[in-house]
Design a binder for this molecule. Sequence first.
Ligand code: SF4
Length: 209
Amino acid sequence: MDKTAIQKIIDILQKEYDISGYSNRGNAYEVLVGTVLSQRTKDEVTWPRNKELMKKANTPEKMLELSEKEIAKIIYPVGFYNQKAKKIKELSRILVEKYGGKVPRGREELMRLPGVGGKTADCVLCFAFNEGVIPVDVHVEVIAKRLGIADWKDKPEVVRKKLHQFVPKDKRNSINALFVEHGKRVCTTRRAYCERCSVVKYCPKIMKK
Ligand code: SF4
């Protein structure tokens, strides 16, 4: 895999998948809360519930007016809805008290919020702030490894670092969405359907599981 090949792969996947929905998930607060909700929950469940929640409280200040019970009721059936309701209240309180109700743009600051790890912080930076970072979820991780960009033993933070070295900053914002779409349909975590893969020509296929 070389840098020209990754560019070809991006071009092909961009023609194949409509990823406009990923950048239309709302402002930084909406993306932050929605990404916390999305942990261990399918997108199809997460984002409609997040939309309903945002109708009631689309700022940290308004969220603090809701009880944890009310939040849990709105986000149900998102997985771990009670724990997530608690985290959303806590992080909203910190945003109000420490950041004047705004979502910080720094990865380290984001990662200090309850329920926010590296992937969630990167989703906010990528989809809300257009910062040119690549959130590494399971699809991104598996595809990066099958493409030979990362090694099978690499942890997500190492995969992220290698992807960032490999993909130019102005192309990074689309990688997560493209790999997630490809990972749901073709290069799935359980099996790689190489026989119907549009980028097979550029895939080294040396690390496939
Ligand atoms: S050729 Fe196979 S391993 Fe490579 S990206 Fe396509 S489906 Fe995945």
